[in-house]
Design a protein around this ligand. Structure first.
Ligand SMILES: [Fe+2]
Length: 265
């Protein structure tokens, strides 16, 4: 059975200047570390991904200089990539700078064999503190895509989480209209999974016929299950991280987190 391999990297929080810090860490160094670990000097048994999916919060502050520097880096990888915006991003600026061809940052779907990825913008109606929703147009597009699948299996990608992580400060800024999105997902039998970022920590949910995973951040990690903001205290979970997914022709999904520490997954 053939498998399609996806690398999901999210919450880069890249800064304007390469020496700037984000929550005490150098975001550009962490991004380079992750790319090195997964793509440039991968473990011997790690296949090169077929697609890189960027899960939003690419920039800490959405400035052209930061997006242009990231684009330069992505161009050197010689790898197809797509992205969804996060609450720290400016999707209009990304479209303006990156166009809608090479990296497909503005695409709303990606097809590979028997899989279709649905790429959703969950940054509408943000309150400036991290929240976001699918706009009416994004919701309508998702509904159409789910009701008219272009492949046998579907995977939805968005930045904000749709189900609680049981950290009150983070659940206040989950997808604002999650109930409407969940109602659509629950009615799509070909849906296999949902990928999100935003929470800077790994979670896994099962919901009926589909599952959802959050991917830890490339930037600073946050501790899970906290009433308020707390950086991840466990050294093993502090490294830059991402998620591998192998999408099988039969609809199966294998996934694991990867931390940029040699020998770890
Ligand atoms: Fe983030």
């Amino acid at each position: 059975m053939s498998r399609f391999t996806v690398l999901h990297l999210t919450d880069l929080h890249l800064t304007r200047h390469p020496d700037d810090m984000h929550h005490g860490f150098n975001a550009w160094q962490r991004w380079q570390q992750m790319i090195e670990h997964c793509l440039l000097s991968p473990a011997a048994d790690q296949p090169r991904p077929d697609l890189l999916v960027l899960g939003g919060d690419l920039a800490q502050h959405p400035e052209a200089i930061t997006y242009q520097a990231l684009r330069q880096c992505l161009d050197q990888l010689d790898l197809p990539w797509v992205c969804v915006p996060g609450n720290h991003d400016d999707v209009s600026l990304m479209r303006q700078l990156w166009g809608d061809s090479a990296g497909l940052p503005c695409a709303d779907q990606w097809q590979a064999g028997r899989w279709q990825l649905l790429l959703c913008d969950s940054t509408a109606d943000g309150d400036g503190r991290g929240s976001g929703s699918l706009s009416a147009a994004a919701l309508a597009r998702l509904q159409y895509q789910l009701q008219h699948p272009q492949a046998e299996h579907q995977l939805v990608v968005l930045h904000h989480h749709l189900l609680p992580v049981n950290s009150p400060w983070q659940d206040e800024v989950m997808t604002g209209n999650a109930a409407e999105v969940l109602a659509l997902l629950d009615q799509a039998p070909q849906l296999r999974g949902v990928l999100c970022g935003h929470v800077h920590q790994a979670h896994h949910w099962r919901r009926g016929h589909w599952q959802m995973w959050s991917t830890p951040a490339v930037a600073a990690q946050f501790a899970a299950g906290q009433p308020g903001f707390l950086l991840e205290p466990q050294p093993a979970l502090q490294a830059p991280a991402g998620r591998w997914l192998q999408l099988g022709d039969d609809g199966s999904m294998r996934t694991s987190t990867v931390y940029a520490i040699r020998g770890s997954t």
